[in-house]
Design a binder for this molecule. Structure first.
Ligand SMILES: *[C@@H]1O[C@H](CO)[C@@H](O)[C@H](O)[C@H]1NC(C)=O
Ligand SMILES: *[C@@H]1O[C@H](CO)[C@@H](O)[C@H](O)[C@H]1NC(C)=O
Ligand SMILES: *[C@@H]1O[C@H](CO)[C@@H](O)[C@H](O)[C@H]1NC(C)=O
Ligand SMILES: *[C@@H]1O[C@H](CO)[C@@H](O)[C@H](O)[C@H]1NC(C)=O
Ligand SMILES: *[C@@H]1O[C@H](CO)[C@@H](O)[C@H](O)[C@H]1NC(C)=O
Ligand SMILES: *[C@@H]1O[C@H](CO)[C@@H](O)[C@H](O)[C@H]1NC(C)=O
Length: 604
């Protein structure tokens, strides 16, 4: 394979020791950011405030510096060499290769000119960039190739469905077939002559009609797909169900499911899961041991909501286990930044894998300056939570473990009130951390239903606790991407909040002190953690990769993804700490820290 435009993160120039003691000067309209150069010692440049309004505000000097040093580029998360990326599309496994398509702007670091970017991998970690597969060249997609999915019509016959943004600015559904099925890299796709195969019909709004799912075969032997939509007059979000005998001619069935006041449902996803088993299932599977997950990306809230339920394949409707936590008003895949996600069935290892888009928390000018925007979260395995039939669990795919090298571990640490414990780790910008704490209070736990109300409460509590740092049981947890003076730090912590029905356990990801840069979204994210009877521990897995932090609490029951842009933390100066600000001692049963390798992405 050719090596024409190889991007090697290991060749990223280290920042060296940043020694700009007094150089972070906050001015009325700008902030000085300092980077140490290998030769020159100090260099500062300005990031304009309120730059969202002035897309061209990034100076050529800023651009040059950020492109040169790229401190926020990730070492093992998927991202293109440059430019804008959003939703993952049509993931699939074919003839030994995993394929990832993604919403991509070939011309810049902001949204626009959307095509399907393409990359392949044999392990879901090391990717090879391939040319875009679908570009706007027909009247029905001339304004953009929007999101969609892949379906295998037979073992050697993968097809893609996608939303085209037409010459008339309507959303229509189109199909492309693999032009050369013997090419394992699936480099060439043909749009079929029948396109568009699906258009909005009377009573529908062609501006709210997008993102076809992977197809499945229902009990009547017909193909089914979902398309995300909304009822304009009352704001009901819904998944429209279509049926077909040949995958080309489609007929509107009825909504599979809808929920009032949830607004437009983007990127619906619908898949079977086994009860009490981690094994994944092909999308058409159903039966007595099967539950279904329905996910919608809420356009208004910009979060991915799901519900576990039953798919009645006679009536072709979805019945949630618990109507109180239905799609859009209940559980979320992730309580941080995570959107437009999509799963696929990995036939290779019999598992279901989830991809999700993680956007930036900086601003448009900063994105233009650094030349790229967005990363994909690590692929996660998903299965239904045996301790909680209403929820799923998510865990980074096992292949990630291959990137672990140097290992540091400790057992039985006692974190007294106000204590901070520095952990050994070189290059703490790339870490995989697993820590298990004793559940500090064995008094009754309130089982909080994670509905919309609880989500607001959790976020408020996490913000308050993050700011005041005082309690009985916690906050306790980790400081990652921290400077040694802790001026910059991102904290991931647990906190037990007292309620009339017992303790409620929160897990929080606090970005409020993550960077000295002002123009960054520093939201504190959080969620309640369901603690099952008999569980006597609290656990965290935290994966740090330069500017992204993925947190998996309690074995993947609750996930939080966040972004951080520290300016004084570099590969040599980043630190990792355990801390406890509660007035009760916390026992750390064990902590294991792995340093993580860089992944080199090649271009074909
Ligand atoms: C879009 O293209 C189709 C096919 O060429 C044409 O019939 C139609 O008039 C065009 N619509 C607009 C708004 O340009
Ligand atoms: C189809 O792909 C195979 C495998 O990559 C290749 O050998 C063959 O030349 C391709 N055929 C065409 C028509 O491109
Ligand atoms: C259709 O949807 C668009 C986008 O949400 C909205 O701006 C427009 O008003 C809707 N049209 C009608 C007729 O409701
Ligand atoms: C919203 O409108 C649809 C279509 O008219 C209707 O079927 C549905 O019951 C309405 N939902 C609510 C909550 O009013
Ligand atoms: C992206 O991030 C911004 C700021 O952090 C947030 O407000 C916005 O809703 C996000 N967009 C999506 C689609 O996730
Ligand atoms: C521990 O903290 C709680 C909450 O701030 C407080 O009410 C309590 O008195 C403290 N206990 C001790 C022993 O300091």
């Amino acid at each position: 394979m050719a090596n024409s435009s190889r991007f090697d993160p290991s060749r990223r120039i280290r920042w060296g020791t940043v020694s700009c003691i007094a150089a972070i000067i906050f001015l009325a309209a700008s902030v000085q950011v300092c980077v140490a150069l290998p030769s020159a010692n100090l260099l500062s440049y300005e990031l304009s405030k309120h730059s969202d309004q002035h897309v061209s505000a990034a100076t050529s000097k800023e651009r040059e510096l950020l492109q040169k040093y790229q401190p926020y580029r990730t070492a093992f998360h998927f991202q293109p060499i440059k430019n804008w990326m959003n939703d993952p599309n049509g993931p699939l496994f074919y003839k030994g290769y995993y394929h990832l398509f993604y919403q991509y702007n070939p011309y810049g670091a902001v949204w626009g000119n959307i095509v399907w970017g393409h990359a392949v991998s044999t392990d879901l970690i090391h990717w090879i960039y391939l040319p875009a597969v679908l570009i706007p060249d027909q009247w029905y997609d001339i304004k953009g190739i929007w999101s969609g999915s892949a379906t295998f019509l037979s073992k050697d016959n993968p097809v893609l469905l996608y939303t085209g943004w037409s010459n008339a600015s309507t959303q229509v559904q189109n199909m492309a077939v693999a032009a050369n099925a013997s090419d394992p890299l699936l480099r060439s796709w043909s749009k079929i002559l029948e396109n568009p195969i699906l258009v909005a019909t009377a009573g529908m709004n062609s501006s709210n009609f997008r993102d076809p799912t992977t197809g499945w075969i229902s009990l009547d032997g017909l193909w089914r797909i979902l398309i995300g939509s909304k009822i304009d007059k009352n704001g009901t979000g819904l998944a429209l169900l279509y049926k077909s005998h040949d995958f080309v001619n489609w007929e509107l069935d009825h909504p599979l499911h809808s929920v009032a006041n949830t607004g437009m449902w983007e990127c619906p996803d619908f898949y079977p899961v086994l009860i009490n088993e981690k094994k994944g299932l092909d999308t058409s599977a159903n039966g007595p041991l099967v539950k279904h997950v329905l996910k919608a990306s809420l356009d208004d809230k910009k979060h991915d909501y799901y519900a576990v339920g039953t798919y009645d394949s006679n009536a072709n409707i979805f019945i949630p286990e618990n109507k109180m936590i239905d799609v859009g008003i209940g559980l979320r895949y992730d309580y941080g930044k995570y959107y437009a996600s999509k799963t696929f069935y990995d036939d290779n290892k019999q598992r279901r894998i989830l991809w999700g888009w993680v956007n930036e928390s900086d601003n448009v000018a900063a994105d233009i300056a650094k030349g790229w925007s967005s990363v994909q979260g690590l692929p996660r395995k998903v299965w239904v939570d045996d301790s909680n039939p209403h929820g799923i669990k998510q865990w980074p795919i096992e292949e990630i473990d291959d990137l672990r090298h140097a290992k540091h571990s400790k057992k039985n640490l006692y974190l007294k009130q106000g204590s901070i414990f520095k952990l050994q780790a070189k290059r703490a910008t790339q870490l995989d951390i697993e820590v298990i704490f004793d559940l500090p209070s064995h008094e009754q736990q309130e089982l909080v239903v994670n509905n919309g109300m609880a989500q607001i409460e959790a976020q408020i509590s996490c913000t308050k606790v993050g700011a005041f740092e005082k309690g009985v049981y916690g906050p306790f947890g980790l400081y990652v991407l921290a400077t040694d003076d802790l001026q910059e730090r991102t904290s991931i912590f647990f906190y037990l909040e007292h309620s009339s029905k017992g303790w409620r356990t929160l897990v929080c990801s606090d970005q409020s002190r993550s960077t000295l840069l002002p123009d960054v979204d520093k939201t504190v994210y959080g969620s309640f953690v369901p603690i099952t009877k008999g569980e006597d521990f609290l656990s965290l897995r935290v994966i740090v990769d330069h500017s992204i932090i993925e947190t998996f609490a309690q074995g993947g029951k609750v996930c939080i993804t966040s972004r951080a842009y520290p300016i004084r933390v570099n590969d040599d100066s980043a630190h990792l700490y355990l801390f406890n600000h509660g007035n009760q001692t916390i026992q750390v049963q064990s902590i294991v820290v792995w340093e993580m390798s860089n992944v080199v992405f090649d271009s074909y």
